[in-house]
Design a protein around this ligand. Structure first.
Ligand code: C2E
Ligand code: CA
Ligand code: CA
Ligand code: CA
Length: 279
């Protein structure tokens, strides 16, 4: 479903891996890239669909490789060693927390920041301990941070270590989101067994909700489910005003997508918010 929708990187100064299909890099370059801090968190605005106000931002990592910009789908699958996973995750989290402080100092209202985690990382990382350290260093409030958890490999929702980690994070007031809700392993049984307080409807359903009755039904029942469970509902991949209207009518709380903006480097994000708020 990804291919027909490649629109990201429009207007970016660096060439992107989706436009330069043959962009060459070696998996070993990842090590160098980590050492050189080439992995940069970009931010995509999240909007309160009812009020139109800026709600927050999702951090999405890009690789500023010497040969061009590389998108996460092109390098995340190549990151294999635990050490690399830890370094990348820690770097993205730290960049995001630093950014929260900078934005507050620039006069933005407090923004909810979402950070992506692959479920598999949760085995490697003592995330609650890391977060305690980082929150102290950056004076950031836990309740403004959401972890979006994706399952690519079928994390057993009954895995005790993972479930303990997630519970500890919720007890510390972090929010937990089921990313790509409705696809693959990201589904109902997790909502039932793990302490999630947000569902994130996958863009594949949002893209087709106006043309496919099945996609529309999936979106609609996800929104209804979120209401019944009292959890926040976020829709990604909103590209048109019509999609936004439909989601708003269903009662979806938060939305993000190219209708508002693609993911932006930190300073461009700040510019974007200034224009958005003053409109
Ligand atoms: P995701 O978490 O499902 O993120 C949504 C993806 O959809 C992002 O792609 C975003 O740029 C794109 N998107 C958002 N709105 C629209 C829209 O309106 N139209 C279209 N066509 N696309 C839209 P991106 O940034 O390439 O990220 C791909 C995936 O890589 C993410 O999917 C996430 O699973 C993963 N990822 C990104 N950053 C990180 C990270 O720091 N850590 C981890 N573990 N995974 C990450
Ligand atoms: Ca996500
Ligand atoms: Ca998704
Ligand atoms: Ca995804």
């Amino acid at each position: 479903l990804k291919q027909p929708f490649i629109k990201q990187n429009q207007g970016q100064t660096l060439p992107s891996s989706s436009t330069i299909a043959a962009l060459k890099f070696n998996p070993e370059d990842i090590q160098t890239g980590l050492q050189q801090n080439e992995f940069i968190a970009y931010y995509q605005p999240q909007i309160n669909l009812k009020t139109g106000e800026l709600h927050g931002a999702e951090a999405l990592v890009r690789w500023h490789h010497p040969n061009g910009l590389i998108m996460p789908d092109d390098f995340l699958p190549l990151i294999e060693s635990n050490q690399q996973i830890l370094l990348l995750t820690e770097s993205v989290i730290e960049q995001a927390l630093k950014q929260m402080t900078i934005w507050l100092e620039s006069g933005l209202p407090p923004l909810q920041i979402s950070i992506n985690l692959s479920a598999a990382y949760l085995y490697e990382l003592d995330l609650p301990a890391l977060m305690t350290r980082l929150l102290k260093r950056y004076q950031a409030p836990a309740d403004m941070i959401t972890f979006e958890i994706t399952e690519r490999i079928g994390l057993s929702d009954h895995n005790q270590a993972v479930s303990d980690t997630l519970t500890r994070l919720r007890l510390k007031s972090f929010s937990l989101s089921i990313d790509d809700f409705g696809t693959g392993y990201s589904s109902l049984s997790q909502l039932n067994q793990l302490p999630f307080n947000e569902i994130k409807i996958d863009k594949s359903f949002v893209f087709h909700m106006l043309s496919s009755p099945i996609s529309k039904a999936i979106v609609e029942s996800s929104v209804t489910l979120s209401h019944q469970l009292g959890v926040r509902c976020v829709a990604e991949g909103i590209e048109t005003e019509e999609m936004k209207q439909a989601l708003c009518k269903m009662g979806c709380h938060i939305g993000q997508g190219y209708l508002y903006s693609k993911a932006l480097p930190p300073d461009e994000f700040l510019n974007w918010t200034e224009n958005y708020i003053s409109e």
